[in-house]
Design a protein around this ligand. Sequence first.
Ligand SMILES: *[C@@H]1O[C@H](CO)[C@@H](O)[C@H](O)[C@H]1NC(C)=O
Ligand SMILES: *[C@@H]1O[C@H](CO)[C@@H](O)[C@H](O)[C@H]1NC(C)=O
Ligand SMILES: *[C@@H]1O[C@H](CO)[C@@H](O)[C@H](O)[C@H]1NC(C)=O
Ligand SMILES: *[C@@H]1O[C@H](CO)[C@@H](O)[C@H](O)[C@H]1NC(C)=O
Length: 955
Amino acid sequence: MFRSRVWLFGGTFGAWLCWFCLLSGADGQILHPDEVSALRAIKQSLVDPNRNLSNWNRGDPCMSNWTGVLCFNTPAADGYLHVRELQLLHMNLSGTLSPELGRLSYMQILDVMWNQISGSIPKEIGNITSLELLLLNGNQLTGSLPEELGYLPNLDRIQIDQNQISGSLPRSFAYLNKTKHFHMNNNSISGQIPPELSVLPSLVHMLLDNNNLSGYLPPELANLPSLLILQLDNNHFDGTTIPPSYSNMSHLLKLSLRNCGLQGPIPDLSRIPGLAYIDLSLNQLNGSIPPEKLPVNMTTIDLSYNNLVGTIPTSFSGLPLLQKLLLANNSLNGSVPSIIWQNRSSSKPEILVVDLQNNNLTNISGSTNLPPNVTVRLQGNPICSNTNLVQFCSTPTQSISRIQGSANSSEVCPVQSCPYEYAPSSPVPCFCAAPLLVGYRLKSPGFTEFLPYKYQFEVYLTDGLDLEIFQLYIDSFIWEEGPRLKMYLKFFPVYIGNTTSYVFNKTEVLRIRSMFTGWHIPDSDIFGPYELLNFTLWGPYLDVIPLSSKSGISKGALAGIVLGAVAGAVILSAVISLIILRLLLRKQQAVSKRRQLSKSTVKIDGVKDFTYGELALATNNFDASAQVGQGGYGKVYKGTLADGTVVAIKRAQEGSLQGEKEFLTEIELLSRLHHRNLVSLLGYCDEESEQMLVYEFMPNGTLRDHLSGKSKDPMGFAMRTRIALGSAKGILYLHTEADPPIFHRDIKASNILLDSRMNAKVADFGLSRLAPVPDLEGTTPGHVSTVVKGTPGYLDPEYFLTHKLTDKSDVYSLGVVFLELLTGMHPISHGKNIVREVNTAYRSGTIFSVIDDRMGAYPAECVERFINLALNCCQEETEARPSMAEVVRELETIWGMMPELDSKTTESFSTHPGKVMSPSSSVLSDVNPRSAPYVSGDISGSDLVSGVVPTITPR
Ligand SMILES: *[C@@H]1O[C@H](CO)[C@@H](O)[C@H](O)[C@H]1NC(C)=O
Ligand SMILES: *[C@@H]1O[C@H](CO)[C@@H](O)[C@H](O)[C@H]1NC(C)=O
Ligand SMILES: *[C@@H]1O[C@H](CO)[C@@H](O)[C@H](O)[C@H]1NC(C)=O
Ligand SMILES: *[C@@H]1O[C@H](CO)[C@@H](O)[C@H](O)[C@H]1NC(C)=O
C-alpha cells in the first residue's frame, strides 16, 4: 500500500511540482507572517493527544492544508492571504486558548466546540473585529467573560455554553448590536442581568439557564424587539417577581423561568401572538391562573410546583397544538373542566398530557371519557376518593416512544451484500450507500413531544441544507435535560445511476459540513437554535477531510492556471495518474480477493467475521459517546448493527494485538463456549491493525455498577443470591465442560454482567489461559505457571506468592465477589481488604453490622450460610477452599431454603419477574418489574443508539 503511494507520487512528481511552484509562487499567495506565527502559538498552548494538528508545521497554512485552518480565497489589500475560519470542533484538544488568537484579525469563525480546553477566554479575541461566530461551547473554560468581547461589531453568535465561566455579564455586551444569539447556559455566571442589554436590536435567543444569576428580572428586557426565546431556568432571582411588562413581549415564542425563586402573580401572557411555550414551574408563584385565553400556538404550559390557588380556567381548551398542561403540586381547587381535552380534533389525535396531581380538585365537570392519546393525572386530589375515576387516579406508567425504524428495508434487502447501509427512504429500493453521520441537538425547542413535529423538522432541515427530504434519516432522538432534543442524523447520497453514487462527493461533504458549522441553516421559530455535536467522517469519507485550505485556492485562480501555460503538463500528469491508479486498483482488488479467500478457509462456525466498516458504522466511528467501558484488552463500545442488534464491541488497543493465527485460535475456542451464564461471542473483526470481539450487549451493565448504587433499585437478597448462583454456574462450566478447560483468572464484580432479566453472565475471557490438560501418561499437572495477572483485591494470595494458578484461584476471586454482594463494600477501600474486614466482623460476632442494609429484609439463616460459604472460598490455603462444584451446590441449597420456594423456580423468576410473588414476601420484593433498565457508561450516548426515547417530564 505504502509502496504504491510512493510510486504514484514519484510518477507524477514533476508535474505536481510545477503546479505547486505556480500556486505558491503567484505573488503573495501565502498567509500573512503574523498569522503564521499566531497559529504556531495557538498550537503550542493546546494539547493535542490525537495529533490532529500534526501537520501544523510544514509549508504555508493556507497552501498546505493545515487541519482546521480555512483561508480566504484571494489575498487582501496587503497582498497576503488571511485566516477566515478556525474549525477545531470535537478534536479532543485540551490546554488553553492562546492570546495570539487576537492576531487572526480577519477571522470570521472561531470554532473550538466540544473539546476539553481550560483556562480563560483571552480578551484579545475582542480584537478580531471581523468575528461573526464565537463558538467555545462544551469546554472547561473558566474565568469571567472579557468585556472586550462586547466590542465585536460583527458578532452574530456567541456560544460559550457548557463551560465553567464565572463573573458577571459585561455591560459592554449591550454594544453587540448585530448579535442574534446569546448562548451562555450551563456556566457559573453570577450577578444581575444588565438592564442595558435590552437595547440589543438583533437578539433572538437569550439562553442563560443554569447559571448563578441573581438580582431581579429586568423589566426592560420586554423592549428587546426581536427576542424569541428567553430561557433563564435554574438561577436565583429569589423573592422577585415576573415583571408585568413581559406581557408585552411582541415576538416571544418561549418563556422558560423554571426554578428561579420567583414570587408573585403570573402575568397575563395572552397578548403575545406567537407564544408557544411557557415554563414557570418550581417557583413560589401565587395568586390564581390568569383566565385570559392563551395564544393558539401553545404547545407547553408548565406551572407545576408553585403556590397557585383558585380554579383551572376553561380557557385552556381550544388549544389545538397543546401537548403538555402541567399544573401539578399547587393548591388549585374546584372542578376540572374536561372541555380542555374533550374537543381535541379526532382526525389527528396527538399526545396531550394534563397533569393535575396533588391539588385540591374535587370533581370533573363534563364527560369523563378520555379521547385517544390523552392522559390526565389526578392522583393526590380529593377527587380520587371517587372509585369511578381509576383511569385518572392510578400511578402514571412511563410511556416509551420508539421511532419507526428502517426495519422493513433491511428485511427485504440482503444484509450481507451491503458494506454500508441501505438508505431507508431512498426511492431506489435497496440502495446501499455510505451516510454522513451527524450529532445534532435542538437547544431550546418550542415543544415537548417531537413526533408531531418530525415531518416538519425533516422538511425544515433538508430545505435548509438544500437536500431532498428522503436523504435525511433520523436514526434516533432523545430528550435531555433542558429540555433539549438530541438527535442522531444520517444523510444519504442520491442514487444517480452510476457506481460512485453510493458516496457523497467531496465538494458535497464539505458543503454540508459548512452548512452546519457556519450556521447557514436558517433559524426556525419552533425548532429554536441548534448545535452541532459531531460530524463524523468515517470509512469512505476519511480521505475527504482536508477541512482546510482547499478553499484557499480560488476556483478562478485554478481555472486560470489550468488554462494557462502548464495546462498541458497538468493534463498529462492527470492522465498518467489515472492510468497508474487504474493499474493499482486492479492490483489491489486482486490482493483483497486473495485475502478474502484465505480468510474464508478459516471460517469459524457460529460467529460472524465483521468488516471494520460495519463496526465503525455501528459505533458512529467509535465515537467517545459509544464507549461503555475500558478493560485491559482495550475499549468497549456499545454499537447497533445494521440489522438492529445491539452489541458490545471490544476493540484491542495497540499492544493487545495478537498474531492473526493466535487471534483466530482464540476466537475458535470462545465460539465453542455456550452457557446461559456466559456472555456469548457473536463475531469478530480481524483487519490490518484492528482486532475486535463482538459480544451480545448486556443492558443492565455490570454487577459492580449495581453494587456501587449507580442503579436506582438496590438489589434484594434473593436477587443477589441468584446472581451468585448464576456466576458460579458459568465458571463451573468453564472449569469442567469447556474443552480444553478454562481458568478465568480475572473474576471480579465488573466482569459479571447482567442481562435484561438480571441474569448473571460471566464476561471477559481476555486473560484466560487454557487450563492444564492431562498429559499422555494420564497425570494432570496441578497448575499452570504464568506471570501474575488479575485484579488487586481479587487475587488468590497463594497464586500471588507461588504463581501457581489453579481452579481454586477462581474460587477465591468468586468468594470476594460474594462478599461484595453481601456487604456492598469494594474489595479494597481505604487500604482495607474486604476479606479481612468481614472475617474480623464474623469472629467478633458482629457480622450483621457489615451486611449491606440496602438489601432490605432478608432471611437471617440464609445470609449466615452465604457468608460462611464466601469466607470459605477466601481461605488462604488452597486446599481449604471448596471446589466450584461444591460452591454451586451450596448456593442451590441456600436458594432452596428461602421462603416461598414453591412458587419461585428459577425460570419463573427470570421470565416473569415480580409476578409470581405475593406482595408480602419481603425477601423477594426487590424484583421490580418496572425498574428501568440500567445502562452503564455514557447514558446519553449509548441510549441514543438504541433509539428508545424515554419521555421526560419537564420539571
Ligand atoms: C492538500 O490536500 C489535497 C487533497 O487532500 C492534496 O491533493 C494536496 O496535494 C494538498 N496540498 C499540499 C501542499 O499538501
Ligand atoms: C488587541 O487587544 C489588546 C488588549 O485588548 C490591545 O491592547 C491592543 O491594542 C489590541 N491590538 C490591536 C491591533 O487592536
Ligand atoms: C451598531 O453600533 C455601531 C457602533 O456602535 C453603529 O455605528 C451602528 O449604526 C449600530 N447599528 C445598529 C443597527 O444599531
Ligand atoms: C403559529 O405557528 C405557525 C407555524 O409555526 C406559524 O406559521 C404562525 O404564524 C403561528 N401563529 C402566530 C399567531 O404566530
